[in-house]
Design a protein around this ligand. Structure first.
Ligand code: DX5
Ligand code: ZN
Length: 218
């Protein structure tokens, strides 16, 4: 059986008690940190100084999701902060191959994200430059949205291309992941699942993580 990874999103956490909120998800594989700039997406969250503090106190690795314009300029600083993985949006990068290499050089795993409407095909020849492909299953910008089933064929195509290429790229999905939708995303080929409301909206986040882990493993 392939064990999946569950990465709770702190977007759904209490931002005034971040250290305690991190402890509540300490059994997760990584904490997903959503950085938004009000340009790439119509929402604004936290920047590098807060992410650095999260990195300093988190009991688990950080998985940053940068929903920011001009990723080529800003993403390397997050890798310099020692984050386990840094994911930029393909739509926000002028030179994605160069940026992915730079993230790896600086010691982070390199992730690249695609909006629901962005096809994966133009990026298949750069798979070997990536550790992770993030296929958004909602329009980026807000937590608590419904999972878009129209993204499932893209997940399947990405899975087939990755398996065919022999590149060790993980497929992450983000948005609307619940105990129900995680099954469809896992069947399509995703192995890393971001969950905001499904974890932090639960009375017992640790139990919610475990249930998602069971449902998402194949
Ligand atoms: C949305 C963010 C997600 C969000 C997921 O743009 O990238 O990480 O927090 O939240 P849920 O799981 O509630 O859809
Ligand atoms: Zn995210």
């Amino acid at each position: 059986m392939t064990q999946c990874c569950i990465n709770p999103s702190i977007l759904s956490a209490d931002f005034v008690n971040l250290e305690a909120e991190l402890q509540r998800i300490s059994t997760a594989d990584a904490v997903h940190v959503d950085v938004m700039d009000n340009h790439f997406v119509p929402n604004l969250t936290i920047g590098l100084p807060v992410v650095q503090r999260i990195q300093a106190v988190s009991p688990i690795p950080l998985d940053a999701h940068l929903m920011i314009a001009d990723a080529d300029r800003w993403a390397p600083g997050f890798a310099d902060a020692g984050l386990a993985s840094v994911t930029f949006h393909a739509e926000a990068s002028i030179a994605p191959v160069k940026l992915a290499r730079e993230l790896r050089t600086r010691g982070s795993k390199a992730g690249m994200a695609l909006r629901p409407a962005t096809p994966v095909e133009p990026y298949l020849d750069m798979l070997s430059e990536l550790d992770m492909l993030l296929i958004m299953t909602v329009e980026p910008g807000f937590g608590g949205q419904a999972f878009l089933d129209l993204t499932l064929p893209k997940i399947r195509r990405a899975r087939a291309a990755i398996d065919g290429s022999g590149a060790g790229v993980a497929i992450q999905v983000d948005g609307g992941i619940t105990e129900e939708t995680i099954v469809r995303a896992a069947e399509a080929g995703a192995t890393i699942f971001v969950a905001g409301s499904a974890v932090y909206g639960a009375d017992d986040p640790a139990a919610a993580i475990e249930r998602l882990r069971v449902q998402g493993s194949r």
